[in-house]
Design a protein. Sequence first.
Length: 116
Amino acid sequence: MPSLFSRGIAAPSEPGKPLLIYAARGHAAVWDSARGRRAEGLDQLLGSRRSEVLQMLEKPASSTELARRLGLSVPTVNQHLKTLQHGRLLHTSRRGRYTVYERTQLGDALARDSAD
């Protein structure tokens, strides 16, 4: 029996009724707060991926870091970042050899309102 509350395999001992409990597939995503906070309205306005990118930029990050966290290619993330930047939701700064993206006041307002 799959369970969200089991970290390993458990076999309760009840005479005559064997039962094996194991961690459910995808159980880590259930507790993912970034996904849970995203509002449908922001998804409809920006698209689900761009909404997710905007939410993930609560703290400034590079496109490489975002790509790793989202499980996407860097060029795909760069495309989303460029679109958000054109919409004045993000701005960039340089930190060493990296370009770091962070939300503008408008981007913060949209992300904050969608989390409420």
